[in-house]
Design a protein around this ligand. Structure first.
Ligand SMILES: Cc1cc2nc3c(=O)[nH]c(=O)nc-3n(C[C@H](O)[C@H](O)[C@H](O)COP(=O)(O)O)c2cc1C
Length: 482
């Protein structure tokens, strides 16, 4: 079963040989640098961080190895191929029924509570992650909990959080984020928005909060379903928002409307592989959280998942790809989808690849348009590539071979204007930024054999399965000595 909380998950990572312990690394760049250098190889648990109690720890690279990504998503260790892992999750998604969180009276998160003057967000060893970062970001693997004031729907989203003062942090929510929509509803009523920032919890909630669930679906209900057991929550002391009973560290507070107060956050090294904004200009208009209360466990462990330059293996794209595949097949009814994958080089958002068994003229465009209409693919995709079913969509080399040999740039590409991107996009020029226009175009590449003459398309120059089997049998000594 997927680990319940962060401590159980860290123990699991250690038992799997996926954990490296590090003592004495400094919060200023050393933790960030080691995290970057060992991404894809190990999860890291830092203690004895200079200037902080020895057991105030930081855990990083939570799902940055393939074995850990599978453990966090509940995919059996025996599943080796990435596409098989995405398929198993996609098939599981068909059975999705939210498993609501279970409220309990108390939990380890309430072991220590700072309130009023005692609130001090600097009391934790928050790293400065990247060299050009403009501050210390406590929220990188954070789940930002908000409540819809209309119907009570609880959302959790991963949105970066920077510490500015002992009781002031900022939280950047990109336009369209559910958390921001909740806040806007409070602001329209002339109220501040209550929020709880959970900095350290189990992997199921992290996976859920990092992925776009449909509007109205709570990440708690999804994480509970993924685990097969409800997430236990307590009411956070200042806001009453539900937070995991075994969370490590929770900051609670209120977000005033940005026209009353806002901050500049960053610069911050982001997932696209660039600093956001153009260094050294930080991003304006970032909502401010006035922190009213901080709760934490004995010897808290801050969960850090700083964005790193792509490509990265075993990242959040496993569930992301499964969602895309599921949406194409089940929500949008595209037939014969043989695979869907958000490529690592695109930071799991920018480039999607869909493989289909072509059954009708226009099938590839149907799949591509559906991908761009899906919850997963609507946001921040720059290239949608559709390939035939002989191409493995997780294999960048095969995908590029299909683009190079099956996609005529004039006949088989389509540009969609004016689509949903984000203020942090590195391709936004100064004028567009000044106009606060965060849209971009995107391209569909139909890299399938042209449907109406696909039977006349030259055969692939590769051994047939039969000949390969014969040769392997006859030349076993030669082949398996090399
Ligand atoms: C490590 C990590 C950091 C992220 N940081 C941000 C961020 O700072 N702001 C943001 O709007 N989205 C960020 N995202 C993306 C959102 O968490 C993601 O799109 C999520 O689906 C949003 O939840 P929502 O659909 O409930 O709004 C981040 C994702 C990850 C995995």
């Amino acid at each position: 079963m997927i680990a319940d909380d962060l401590r159980e998950y860290i123990a699991q990572a250690e038992a799997m040989g996926q954990l490296q312990r590090v003592s004495g690394a400094h919060w200023d760049l050393e933790i960030g640098a080691l995290t970057e250098l060992l991404a894809g190889q190990k999860a890291l648990l830092f203690d004895a961080i200079p200037g902080y109690p020895e057991q105030f720890r930081v855990f990083t690279n939570p799902i940055h190895t393939w074995p850990l990504a599978k453990a966090a998503a509940g995919v059996p260790e025996s599943v080796q191929h990435k596409l098989d892992a995405a398929r198993s999750l996609k098939d599981k998604l068909k059975t999705f029924e939210p498993l609501p969180c279970a409220e309990v009276e108390s939990g380890p998160i309430l072991e220590h509570v700072q309130q009023g003057e005692a609130v001090d967000a600097w009391s934790f060893p928050t790293p400065r992650w990247h060299e050009l970062d403009g501050g210390r970001f406590i929220g990188t693997g954070v789940s930002v909990i908000t409540r819809d004031p209309d119907d009570g729907w609880i959302n959790a989203g991963v949105y970066r959080v920077q510490v500015h003062e002992k009781d002031v942090v900022s939280c950047f929510m990109s336009p369209g984020r559910h958390g921001l929509i909740h806040c806007m509803k409070y602001w329209e009523r002339g109220q501040n928005a209550p929020v709880a920032l959970v900095c350290g919890h189990g992997p199921a909630l992290l996976m859920a909060a990092a992925n776009g669930l449909p509007t109205g679906v709570s990440e708690y209900g999804f994480a509970g379903w993924l685990r097969g057991q409800p997430i236990e929550v307590v009411r956070a002391p200042a806001t009453g928002l539900p937070v995991p009973a075994s969370a490590e560290l929770v900051l609670e507070g209120e977000i005033p409307p940005p026209w009353v107060e806002k901050r500049w956050d960053g610069p911050f090294g982001e997932w696209r592989g660039y600093y956001d904004f153009d260094h050294p200009t930080p991003r304006p208009d970032v909502p401010v959280v006035h922190v009213k209360s901080i709760s934490y466990r004995d010897d808290p462990i801050l969960l850090g998942s700083p964005p790193l330059r792509p490509p990265l293996d075993g990242w959040y794209n496993l569930l992301h790809s499964a969602f895309l595949w599921h949406d194409l097949e089940h929500a949008l009814g595209v037939p014969e989808v043989r695979g869907a994958w958000m490529l690592e080089s695109g930071g799991n958002f920018l480039v999607s690849v869909i493989s289909i068994k072509q059954r009708y003229g226009g099938h590839a465009m149907h799949a591509a348009m559906a991908a761009n209409a899906s919850r997963t693919g609507a946001y921040h995709q720059r290239y949608t590539i559709v390939v035939d079913d002989d191409i493995d969509p997780t294999d960048l080399g095969e995908v590029l071979w299909a683009v190079a040999t099956r996609c005529d740039p004039k006949e088989q590409t389509t540009i969609l204007p004016d689509t949903w991107f984000a203020p942090g996009d590195n391709l936004l020029g100064p004028e567009q930024r000044a106009a606060r226009d965060f849209t971009h175009s995107r391209m569909i590449l139909n890299a399938c054999r042209p449907y109406y003459w696909k039977d006349k398309f030259p055969p692939v120059n590769r051994l047939s399965t039969e000949l390969k089997a014969q040769i392997e049998e006859k030349w076993r000594d030669v082949l398996f000595q090399c």
